[in-house]
Ligand binder design. Structure first.
Ligand code: ACM
Ligand code: ZN
Length: 767
C-alpha cells in the first residue's frame, strides 16, 4: 500500500487503522499474527472446557475471576450455546510442557496446550490485551493467532523475606506479578541471619525467638547497631504453615512452583539465637537487630550430630509443605574460621578424612543432599557449594558472576544463572540520585534486557544444563512491600522476555514500546514502579589515535543533549546525533530529554584527560578478564579515568600480572608515565606489589625507566585509588611497557587469605 492511500484510509476509516494496532504482549510470543476484528467478552460469553475438564477447572476459575474483577461479568464455566472461550488439553508436541496455541476470532477464543500450565499462559496473554482494572468499556480481545512456548524451564524470581518481613498478601501479589509475565519459579529466601520466617512445629522457638529482632528499621541497614542487653525484639514475623499452604496453592494455580530456601550452614544467626547449642560455641547470643553481626554466631556446627537431627526434622516439615522437586539449601558466604578452632569440627574432619574446612562444608551439604534424596527432593545451592567438592546431584545457582555456573555445567550439573550483574534487583536501576537507598551496583532495565543466560564458554551440550535464569531481590535496604514493587518493576518484565522469548526475537526498541501499556497498567493498579533510567550512558572508544564517545539513553522517545564546557546541559544544548570526537581535555555532561523536558536529577558526567597515548593500541601479554573489559581493549588509553566503584572503567586481571605495551604510533618525546590502580579489599581487588615502567624505540629492546613499589596498606579496606608514577628525563620513545605485579596471596585476616588477588588498572597516562 502506498503512503498516500494509507493516509486516506486513516482519515476516512479510522477503525481499519485500529484493526492494525499491534498487539502488545510481554514476554514477546514465539509467533504472533494479528488478524482483523475482535472478540468481545460480555455477559453472553461462557468458558468451555474441552479435554482435561477436571484439571482445567482451576485455570477456568482463574480466568473467570479476572474477568469479573475488570468488568463485573460472571462468566459461567459451562458448555452453553453462544460465544465462548474454549480451553482444551491436546497433544501438540511442538508446544512442550508449558507452550500454548491461542486463536482469537470474532466468534471464539480457543486456547490449546499439552498441560494446564500452557492453558494458564494462554489466558495470561489474553489478559494482557484487556484493561488492567475495572472498566465499563467493551472487553475487546484482538483477533490473532499465537503459537508460544518458553526458551528456558527455569524462569525465576527470588525474594528475601528475612532482612525485612513481607506479609502473606504481599508475597501473593509478588507471585501474581511473576505469573502475569510467565515467570514460574519463586525462590523464597525464608531464612537468614536477621530472621527465621517459617513455622516449624517441632521447634517453636524458631518463631517465638528467631523470627524477631530489636527494631532499628528507622536506620539504614549498615547503620544499625548491635542490640544491647535488655532490648526487646519487636520487629519481625513469620508465615504459619496454614499461610504457606495457602500461598503454595495460590502459586500452583498460576503455574508458579515455590522453591523454599532453608539456608545452611551459614547465615543462620537467627536459628542460633533460638537454639544456641547448634553453633560451635554453644553460647547464648544477644537478640538480633538486622545489620551488625559481629560477635554473633552465624553458622551451624558440622561437628555436632544434633545439628543434623535438627535440620532433618526441619526439612521433614518443609517437604510436607512444598510439593516442588527442589529445596534450596543456601551454602553461600560461610565464614569457616570458627570451624578451624572448634574441637567437634576438628574431630569430624579427622574422622571423615576431610583435609580442610571447605571439605567440611562439602561433607555437610552432601549429608543434607542424601537426606533430601530419601524424600525425593533435589538440592540447589549457591555457587560456593562447589568449594570442597560438589554434592553429586546438586544444582548450582551461580551468583558471583557466571564462573560457578560454567564450572558446574562443564561437570554435568544443572545450573541456574543469577549473576549479581545484571540480575540482582536489589541494585540501583536508575539515578542513583533521587532513588531509594539501595545496596549499590547499577543494573538498569536495558542491562537486564541484554542479559544472555548461556555463556559463550559452554558447548551446546553443556549449555543444556543451564535451566534458565533468575533475579534475586535481597531486602537489606528494602523495607516495605511497595519498595519491593519498585525494585522489580519493570526489571522483572525484561527478565521475563530474556528467559521466555526466542533469543533471535530480542529487540530493545520493541520491548520498550510494549512496556508503555504495562506502565499504564501499573499506574491504574497503583503499583510502585521505576519510570526508568534517565542517566545517559557515556561510552568512549579509542582507536587509531582517535577518541570517540557514544551517548545512549534507555528512555522511550528520549533524546540526548550535551555540553563540553562544564555547563549544565538543557534541551537547548547540543543535540547528540553521532559519536563525538574528543581531541582536548574536556568535561562532557549529558542529559536525557523527553518531550522537551530534561529527565533525571543529575546529568551524566565524564571528564576526559588528553595525553600522548590516548587512542593508541594496547597489547597485553596476559589476557584481561572477560568480566572486566571496561569499554574494550583500549580502555587504558581512552582518556577516561576509573572511579571508586568496581566495574565500569576498570580492566581486571585475575591472579596474573598486567603487562601492557602501548604503541604510540610514532616516536614521541616523553617524560612521565602513570598507571592508575584500585584497591577494593572486600572484592579481592588489591594494589599491585610494584609497577615497572619501560620505554623502547623499536618495540623489541625495552629500557626500564623506573620501578615503583606499592605504598598502600594491604589492610586498607576503603575503596582506594592510587597512581603509580614514573618521572624521568625527557626522551624519545615509540613504545611504552607497563608491568604491574599482582599480589599472589591475600593477606592474613582477609576471607580469601592465601589466594591470589585481582588487579584493577585504569589509564596509562603518557606525557
Ligand atoms: C548471595 O547473594 N549471598 C547468594
Ligand atoms: Zn563446630
Amino acid at each position: 500500500m502506498t503512503k498516500k492511500i494509507t493516509l486516506l484510509l486513516t482519515l476516512f476509516f479510522p477503525f481499519l487503522v485500529l484493526a492494525q494496532q499491534p498487539v502488545s504482549i510481554i514476554p514477546q510470543p514465539v509467533s504472533l499474527q494479528r488478524n482483523e476484528g475482535h472478540f468481545v467478552i460480555d455477559g453472553h460469553t461462557s468458558i468451555h472446557l474441552g479435554n482435561g475438564k477436571k484439571e482445567l477447572k482451576p485455570a477456568a476459575e482463574f480466568l473467570a475471576a479476572r474477568i469479573k474483577e475488570i468488568s463485573g461479568y460472571d462468566l459461567p464455566v459451562k458448555n452453553r450455546k453462544g460465544k465462548a472461550i474454549k480451553l482444551s488439553l491436546e497433544s501438540i508436541n511442538s508446544l512442550g510442557a508449558e507452550g500454548y496455541q491461542l486463536q482469537v476470532t470474532p466468534s471464539e477464543i480457543s486456547i490449546k496446550a499439552n498441560s494446564k500450565a500452557g492453558i494458564v499462559y494462554g489466558i495470561q496473554s489474553v489478559l494482557q490485551t484487556l484493561p488492567a482494572v475495572r472498566t465499563n468499556a467493551a472487553l475487546q480481545v484482538p483477533a490473532m493467532t499465537i503459537t508460544d512456548y518458553p526458551r528456558f524451564t527455569w524462569r525465576g524470581m527470588h525474594l528475601d523475606v528475612s532482612r525485612h518481613f513481607f506479609s502473606p498478601d504481599a508475597v501473593k501479589q509478588y507471585i501474581d506479578l511473576m505469573a502475569t509475565y510467565k515467570l514460574n519459579r519463586f525462590h523464597w529466601h525464608l531464612i537468614d541471619d536477621p530472621g527465621w520466617r517459617i513455622e516449624i512445629k517441632k521447634y517453636p522457638k524458631l518463631t517465638d525467638v528467631a523470627a524477631w529482632r530489636v527494631d532499628h528499621t528507622d536506620k539504614p541497614w549498615d547503620a544499625r547497631p548491635q542490640a544491647k542487653p535488655g532490648e526487646e525484639p519487636t520487629y519481625g514475623g513469620y508465615y504459619t504453615q496454614e499461610q504457606i499452604k495457602d500461598i503454595v496453592a495460590y502459586a500452583a494455580q498460576r503455574n508458579v512452583t515455590i522453591v523454599p530456601e532453608i539456608e545452611m550452614p551459614g547465615h543462620v544467626a537467627s536459628a542460633i539465637a533460638a537454639y544456641p547449642h547448634l553453633s560451635c560455641s554453644g553460647k547464648a547470643q544477644l537478640p538480633l537487630t538486622g545489620g551488625d553481626y559481629t560477635n554473633m554466631s552465624s553458622n551451624y556446627c558440622p561437628g555436632n550430630e544434633e545439628v543434623f537431627t535438627f535440620l532433618e526434622d526441619v526439612l521433614d516439615e518443609v517437604v510436607a509443605l512444598f510439593p516442588g522437586q527442589y529445596v534450596h539449601i543456601g551454602g553461600d558466604e560461610v565464614d569457616k574460621s570458627g570451624w578451624e578452632k572448634c574441637p567437634k569440627c576438628q574431630k569430624r574432619m579427622a574422622d571423615e578424612g576431610l583435609k580442610n574446612v571447605e571439605e567440611l562444608q562439602s561433607y555437610f551439604i552432601k549429608r543434607i543432599e542424601n537426606y533430601l534424596q530419601t524424600k525425593n527432593r533435589r538440592i540447589i545451592g549457591w555457587d560456593e557449594i562447589l568449594e570442597g567438592g560438589l554434592a553429586p546431584q546438586a544444582t548450582v545457582m551461580s551468583w558471583r558472576g557466571e564462573s560457578g555456573g560454567i564450572e558446574a555445567a562443564k561437570m554435568g550439573h544443572d545450573v541456574i544463572m543469577t549473576p549479581g550483574s545484571p540480575v540482582y534487583f536489589d541494585h540501583y536501576q536508575a539515578g542513583p540520585e533521587g532513588e531509594p537507598l539501595a545496596i549499590g551496583g547499577f543494573n538498569t532495565l536495558k542491562k537486564v534486557y541484554d542479559y544472555e543466560p548461556i555463556p559463550k564458554e559452554l558447548t551446546a551440550e553443556e549449555a543444556k544444563h543451564v535451566l534458565g535464569a533468575q533475579a534475586n531481590v535481597w531486602a537489606e535496604y528494602i523495607t516495605t512491600a511497595s519498595q519491593v514493587e519498585y525494585m522489580v518493576l519493570p526489571r522483572m518484565l525484561a527478565l521475563a522476555e530474556v528467559v521466555w522469548s526466542p533469543k533471535e526475537s530480542r529487540d530493545w526498541a520493541s520491548f520498550n514500546q510494549r512496556l508503555q501499556p504495562q506502565f499504564k497498567a501499573f499506574d491504574q493498579k497503583a503499583l510502585n514502579y521505576s519510570k526508568g533510567n534517565f542517566t545517559v550512558d557515556i561510552k568512549p572508544s579509542s582507536e587509531g589515535g582517535k577518541l570517540l564517545v557514544t551517548l545512549f539513553t534507555e528512555a522511550m522517545n528520549g533524546e540526548v543533549y550535551y555540553t563540553l564546557d562544564g555547563s549544565e546541559p538543557t534541551a537547548q544544548s547540543i543535540k547528540y546525533e553521532q559519536p563525538i570526537r574528543i581531541d582536548s581535555s574536556v568535561v562532557l555532561k549529558a542529559v536525557t530529554v523527553v518531550n522537551g523536558k530534561v529527565m533525571g536529577l543529575k546529568p551524566a558526567e565524564q571528564s576526559f584527560s588528553m595525553h600522548q597515548a590516548v587512542g593508541r593500541e594496547v597489547k597485553y601479554d596476559n589476557p584481561v578478564s572477560k568480566h572486566y573489559m571496561a569499554d574494550g581493549p583500549n580502555s587504558l588509553t581512552d582518556g577516561v579515568r576509573g572511579r571508586h566503584a568496581v566495574g565500569k572503567y576498570w580492566h581486571g586481571f585475575s591472579g596474573r600480572d598486567m603487562i601492557a605495551t602501548i604503541d604510540l604510533g610514532e616516536a614521541k618525546s616523553i617524560s612521565n608515565i602513570t598507571l592508575g590502580c584500585l584497591q577494593h579489599y572486600r572484592d579481592w581487588i588489591m594494589m599491585p606489589t610494584a609497577v615497572k615502567f619501560e620505554v623502547s624505540t623499536d618495540g623489541k629492546n625495552f629500557k626500564e625507566v623506573k620501578t615503583v613499589k606499592n605504598p598502600i596498606s594491604l589492610n586498607a579496606q576503603e575503596a582506594t585509588m592510587h597512581d603509580f608514577k614514573a618521572a624521568f628525563p625527557e626522551q624519545k620513545a615509540k613504545y611504552v611497557r607497563v608491568t604491574a605485579y599482582h599480589l599472589t596471596s591475600l593477606p592474613e585476616g582477609h576471607n580469601g587469605v592465601g589466594k591470589p588477588a585481582w588487579l584493577f588498572a585504569d589509564e596509562i597516562v603518557v606525557r
